[in-house]
Design a protein around this ligand. Structure first.
Ligand code: SAH
Length: 263
């Protein structure tokens, strides 16, 4: 029997927030099975290559080209790992791979595409400070590279109105220096000034830094591009234990009166 060339695969893999221990066994197995590793340079360099593997590190701005390249390599029989930090499906490469795939379904008809989940920054940060995501929450990227700034501000305002805990990914960058300040200004008009705000930078890495302040004291300088900013709901609490350490949590129960106070 004559068989065609083995069809390859693409696995879009989340590497977690930084620490090796946060890479799931599933992600590790998929990385080991890959012939080619594709991704943004700093993420690719987190993967220890075994012999026979080829790394394709690219710039951050070429996500669509990277996805097409990965799919093309897989169509020629390669086993391609596309790597992202955190969870690959959260503000990362998995959606780009599917977007590019949708644009030419026939071209890559034989390619298997899977996403291997990872530990996203939001849950890693939550665990560091306690349990701030114990009740309803949302995640918003503050990057206006791919969506209008007015839409971001509108979503932030509606999330405050809905009393969600908010996780801000991509809070600030050299090219976007003022946006986070504008978000804080907006939130100060909508939420109590004592609302807790967590600034968590490079969580699970050697230079991890976590600060908890009140909304009135939150300043954009506390964040950089490796920071996740989490803003509490009206129910989120900061509690000091007898030894002086603090934890942040959002109770699981919300009373009807909380909704009235929020509106
Ligand atoms: N796919 C990633 C998010 C990519 S967007 C995930 O699921 O985590 C990049 C943003 O993620 C950063 O600007 C920052 O807001 C957040 N982030 C990623 N790694 C982080 C870490 N170790 N500590 C804190 N925030 C992190």
């Amino acid at each position: 029997m004559v068989t065609g060339a083995a069809s390859g695969w693409v696995k879009v893999i989340g590497l977690g927030p930084g620490d090796e221990a946060c890479v799931t066994p599933d992600a590790r197995a998929a990385l080991d099975a890959a012939s080619d590793i594709v991704g943004y340079g700093p993420y690719v360099s987190r993967v220890a290559l075994r012999s026979g593997q080829t790394a394709h590190a690219t710039d951050n701005r070429v996500e669509r080209d990277r996805a097409a390249h990965a799919l093309d390599m897989a169509a020629s029989g390669k086993r391609v790992a596309v790597v992202s930090s955190g969870d690959a499906g959260v503000f990362a490469m998995a959606a780009t791979v599917y977007e590019v795939l949708e644009e030419d379904l026939d071209r890559w008809a034989t390619v298997d595409v899977h996403v291997i989940p990872g530990l996203t920054a939001m849950t890693a940060v939550a665990a560091r400070v306690g349990a701030p995501l114990g009740h309803d929450f949302c995640a918003i990227s503050l990057s206006d590279n791919l969506k209008p700034w007015d839409l971001i501000l509108k979503r932030v305002a509606l999330a405050a109105e809905g009393d969600f805990v908010m996780s801000f990914y991509n809070p600030i960058a050299k090219a976007r220096p003022w946006q986070l300040g504008e978000v804080f200004t907006k939130l100060r008009a909508l939420l109590p000034s004592e609302t807790p705000v967590v600034f968590a930078t490079a969580v699970s890495r050697a230079d991890e830094r976590v600060e908890v302040v009140s909304l009135k004291d939150a300043a954009p300088e506390m964040a950089d591009m490796r920071t996740l900013v989490m803003v509490g709901s009206r129910n989120t609490r900061v509690v000091t234990r007898p030894d002086g350490t603090r934890f942040v949590y959002t109770p699981r129960k919300v009373a009807a009166q909380d909704l009235e106070e929020a509106s």
